[in-house]
Design a binder for this molecule. Structure first.
Ligand code: NAP
Length: 281
């Protein structure tokens, strides 16, 4: 079984991006800029943002974090986004989720200029992705896609099952696999026989949030299994896939931690650079 090393893949991607940033700097005399807006003091959000800033600096991006207290008015955030939309030094804008209850998430997402939407959540990017046009692609599914392609460059005709239909993971993942000419089944909490669906799959992407849901006898021999889940349990962090059982059947499997997670931030940097490149055309 191939253990898909997300840490290594992310380090390789960051090294490529670092070179690309250096080339862009010598060509345009400026570097792509990422601005993150962080509202409130949730510890996981603070950790994510710190890691994003550190990785952005590592590859040579211009990086800025704007912090607001939990009590900030929605209007203040929307005005700041407008200011960043027209700031030429800002290539990508990310508002760290979740937001305090009094701030309308969708309003905030839609305020970001789609050409600077490095999370790929703006309806225009969602539509472009589903229409097969160029767009920002949500970072976690993009990371899963790059890991799958490393194992199997030609996905045409493969059967893929995506477990979970969130806007963040399942739906964009489905679009990426469709674009690669996979035959995709998207499953969710109302799916009748999830085991039977998974047993058909050459590729399984699990993004559910239920610890070790996907069992060893759900997986066809030689399937590629990507585990997006991050679940805190009494035994530590586990994924949505039962690692010990599935590793006995699968051709390739991502561990948790150390699989999809590290790719997510690397893909955020990639999206920032791609937004910059599109803005220079
Ligand atoms: P989410 O928004 O809660 O969506 C979960 C999806 O799973 C929903 O579509 C739900 O179906 C489906 N589901 C629930 N129970 C199911 C069942 N028994 N069988 C089949 N499908 C079922 O979750 P998310 O934001 O996509 O996150 C999923 C997991 O990924 C979480 O563990 C999260 O922490 C993790 N995550 C990891 C990263 C990373 O960087 N590695 C990034 C983001 C998220 P319905 O639509 O019918 O409710």
């Amino acid at each position: 079984m191939i253990l898909i090393d997300g840490k290594k893949a992310a380090a390789e991607l960051r090294a490529e991006l670092k070179e690309e940033v250096a080339e862009l700097k010598s060509k345009h005399n400026k570097v792509p800029g990422l601005t993150v807006i962080l509202i409130g003091d949730l510890t996981p959000s603070q950790i994510y943002v710190r890691n994003k800033e550190k990785s952005a600096n590592e590859v040579g991006l211009k990086s800025e974090v704007i912090k607001y207290p939990n009590s900030v008015e929605e209007k203040t955030v929307l005005e700041k986004i407008q200011e960043l939309n027209s700031d030429e030094t800002v290539s990508g804008i990310l508002v760290q989720l979740p937001l305090p209850k009094h701030i309308d998430k969708q309003k905030v997402i839609e305020a970001i200029d789609p050409s600077k939407d490095v999370d790929g959540f703006h309806p225009m990017n969602v539509g472009n992705l589903s229409s097969g046009y160029e767009s920002s692609i949500p970072c976690t599914p993009l990371g899963c896609y790059l890991l799958i392609k490393k194992i199997e460059p030609n996905l045409s005709g493969k059967k893929a099952v995506v477990v979970g239909r969130s806007n963040l993971n399942g739906k964009p993942m489905t679009q990426l696999l469709l674009k690669e000419n996979c035959t995709v089944t998207i499953t969710h909490s109302k799916t009748k026989d999830l085991k039977a669906e998974c047993l058909e799959a050459d590729i399984i992407v699990a993004a559910v949030g239920i610890p070790e849901l996907v069992r060893g006898d759900w997986v066809k021999k030689d399937a590629i299994v990507i585990d997006v889940g991050i679940n805190k349990t009494d035994n530590g962090i586990v994924g949505d896939v039962h690692f010990d059982e599935v590793s006995k059947n699968a051709k390739a499997l991502t561990p948790v931690p150390g699989g999809v997670g590290p790719m997510t931030i690397a893909c955020l940097l990639k999206n920032t650079i791609d937004c910059f490149k599109r803005s220079q055309i």
